[in-house]
Ligand binder design. Structure first.
Ligand code: SAH
Length: 372
């Protein structure tokens, strides 16, 4: 057992021995982004040979529709001569390659763009470069959104927020305790609760979740990214966030680990599996709104893509495709838009955060998020 421990597991055990039980958020952060051993720094996670598949990897239609969406919103902005497109966690660069190819026909759009890619993985950065350099658009890479210069911008994030660390707390008789990773008496890493309760924690919870029964678990993320996005777009910009998660706040924990396209225990083999948790869209929207962004959605991914015309796009692709390809296009369409456990259509949601000067945006209802 000891021999099979990854260097990251040894490091985590060392940190626990020195500093005591480790909050789940710190554990998740180390697993994903430890500079030497983190999952995203050592692996090529996405694709058939990786650990999971994302919407842009399922079909070119996903990125194409987002490209046309950006071009339409750019025209709504008054077609400014300079606009940044910022993508958070671009993976293999597929979404942006499809997006910019599709939007090429929109007059002057390409000439206005500088692409800023926020990526921590050197391997993925290399793939993005290969994928995107032929587009003729200037590209800059950054380690964090905070490093991207401000100014009119689109910010796009597909399956990025779900990889940001979550905290969890469990309700006990004397209050809410942060959930931590610790070493059990048999030597295994296990999840426990910090000894002392979090001070005044209940008051920070959504009203309906206060006074929850003992044993309840609440999960949350730092609102730093939502505030950073909101602050940027409120002065001429729009962010489009696509991820899996829930539109209403609730109790429960959603931490999950995936390796080789199967679920695995997040505490086993740290650094070898992708660890994510649902995005709490209500919390994200609230923070972005507090700082001045206007919220559109969230709407389901299925509805969003249908409103942008994915079915027509699929028909157009099928008309040009060989018969065996047509079935592939149909199955990609179903996977991206269908509800239920197999489709991404309901589980995934789309939220836009925009400068309040924008009216309704394509793909979203005009009603506010509280009515959806
Ligand atoms: N958007 C892509 C990839 C999603 S996977 C797609 O849909 O296919 C998550 C991406 O975010 C990867 O590119 C990963 O390297 C990057 N990433 C994860 N955590 C990050 C962080 N804290 N800072 C910057 N990039 C991060």
């Amino acid at each position: 057992m000891t021999d099979e421990r990854s260097p990251l597991e040894a490091e985590i055990r060392r940190l626990i021995a020195v500093a005591g039980p480790m909050p789940i958020a710190d554990y998740m952060r180390l697993c994903l982004t430890h500079p030497q051993y983190g999952y995203y720094l050592t692996r090529e996670p996405i694709g058939a040979a990786g650990d999971f598949i994302t919407a842009p990897e399922i079909s070119q239609m996903f990125g194409e529709l987002i490209g046309l969406w950006m071009a339409a919103v750019w025209q709504q902005m008054g077609a400014p001569e300079n606009v940044r497109i910022v993508e958070l966690g671009p993976g293999r660069g597929t979404l942006m390659a499809d997006a910019l190819r599709a939007a090429k026909t929109v007059k002057n759009f390409h000439a206005a763009i500088v692409l800023h890619l926020v990526e921590i993985s050197p391997k993925l950065q290399e793939m993005q470069e290969q994928r995107l350099e032929g587009l003729g658009v200037p590209i800059l890479w950054h380690a964090a959104l905070a490093d991207v210069p401000t100014g009119p911008a689109f910010i796009v994030a597909n399956e990025f927020i779900d990889a940001l660390p979550v905290h969890q707390a469990v309700k006990q008789a004397d209050g809410w305790h942060e959930r931590v990773v610790e070493v059990a008496s048999d030597g295994d890493l296990v999840i426990g609760a910090a000894r002392d309760p979090l001070p005044h924690f209940e008051a920070t919870l959504p009203r309906g979740l206060r006074q929850s029964p003992e044993g309840s678990i609440y999960e949350w993320r730092s609102d730093a990214i939502a505030l950073e996005i909101g602050r940027r777009v409120r002065a001429d910009g729009v962010a489009l966030i696509v991820d899996y998660g829930h539109a209403r706040q609730g109790l429960g924990e959603t931490l999950q680990a995936v390796a080789g396209h199967s679920f695995t225990n997040p505490l086993r083999a740290p650094g070898h599996a992708d660890i994510t948790a649902h995005v709490d869209f209500a919390a994200l929207a609230q923070s972005a709104e507090i700082i001045g962004g206007r919220i559109h959605g969230p709407v389901s991914q299925g509805d969003f893509l249908q409103r942008l015309g994915i079915e027509k796009r699929a028909d157009a692709l099928k008309a040009r495709a060989a018969p065996e390809k047509a079935a592939e296009i149909d199955s990609a369409l179903a996977r991206l838009t269908a509800g239920g456990p197999k489709g991404m259509g309901e589980m995934f949601k789309v939220l836009a955060i925009a400068d309040p000067k924008f009216g309704p945006l394509p793909g979203f209802e005009t009603r506010s998020r509280t009515e959806t």
